[in-house]
Design a protein around this ligand. Structure first.
Ligand code: CDP
Length: 244
């Protein structure tokens, strides 16, 4: 954030962004429910050039036992980036960033999952980022919701996520890697559209109160688009003509 590459044109005179999109246009999104036979539920998402696989296991016994809760189930999330997922090889050991994003995604999913139905057990969500291009936490959160639903975990709603942001003094939808690096603000938003509840809201950058409001609105509208694709992915697996 903060204009690392001042020469990059993030928005041209026709209002077109560095990857050819309009200001309110998300990247191409493809979501597939299922795919991993050893997982209880799984999903795969391509969100622009982000490629992410999610496996869900549980509800299952908690080890060590003292980590369990007699009143409710627990959700455990591991967000992991493959060393080859970014241009400059990422060290294989869990980074502070991965630990933080795991926590952020877990907290964004918790309001959606009916953990109280599974006391003493754990639901594990494993997120593997195969290719990263800005906005992996939103893509991962979106895919994780689909994988949880695919696992048959009772949920109040799915969380859909996308980032809004600001480049060249303009509010945009779905911030890519260049826009994240050289733009003015990045706001990941996670939202449960049926319940109309935000479960993730972060902001990197500086916005006026008006811009802040607009960014939230643009992010929420984007989540509503993503939600349709999540539902379609589940529909395709369970009611469509897929062979696998
Ligand atoms: O991915 P997200 O936008 O949720 O999180 P970020 O910490 O703002 O990272 C933005 C982007 O930086 C990632 O999506 C990757 O494309 C890139 N990145 C990288 O190139 N090398 C890393 N070690 C970590 C992130």
């Amino acid at each position: 954030m903060g204009g690392r590459d001042a020469t990059m044109v993030l928005l041209d005179e026709n209002g077109i962004r560095c990857d050819g999109r309009k200001v309110d246009e998300p990247r191409k999104i493809m979501i597939k429910a299922g795919g991993l036979k050893n997982a209880d539920g799984s999903s795969y998402i391509e969100f622009g050039d982000n490629k992410i696989l999610v496996g869900v296991f549980g509800p299952r016994d908690v080890h060590p036992k003292h980590m369990s809760n007699t009143d409710t189930g627990i959700l455990r999330v591991r967000y992991h980036m493959e060393p080859f997922s970014v241009g400059e090889r990422k060290r294989p050991a869990p980074s502070r960033r991965e630990i933080e994003i795991s926590k952020v995604i877990k907290e964004a999913l918790e309001p959606a999952v009916m953990l109280e139905k599974f006391p003493r057990t754990a639901v594990d969500v494993f997120i593997e980022v195969l290719q990263a291009d800005g906005g992996t936490r939103c893509a991962a959160l979106t895919a994780a919701s689909v994988a949880l639903a695919d696992a048959g975990i009772p949920m109040r709603d799915m969380v859909a996520a996308i980032a809004s942001g600001k480049v060249a003094d303009t509010i945009i939808l779905d911030v890519n890697n260049e826009e994240d690096q050289a733009g003015q603000a990045d706001m990941p938003v996670g939202y449960m559209p049926s319940l109309k509840k935000i479960t993730l809201l972060q902001l990197d950058g500086v916005l006026t109160p008006e811009e802040y409001k607009k960014c939230v609105d643009v992010g929420v509208k984007g989540c509503e688009l993503v939600y349709e694709l999540q539902k379609q992915a589940l529909h395709d697996k369970y009611f469509g003509n897929r062979k696998d």
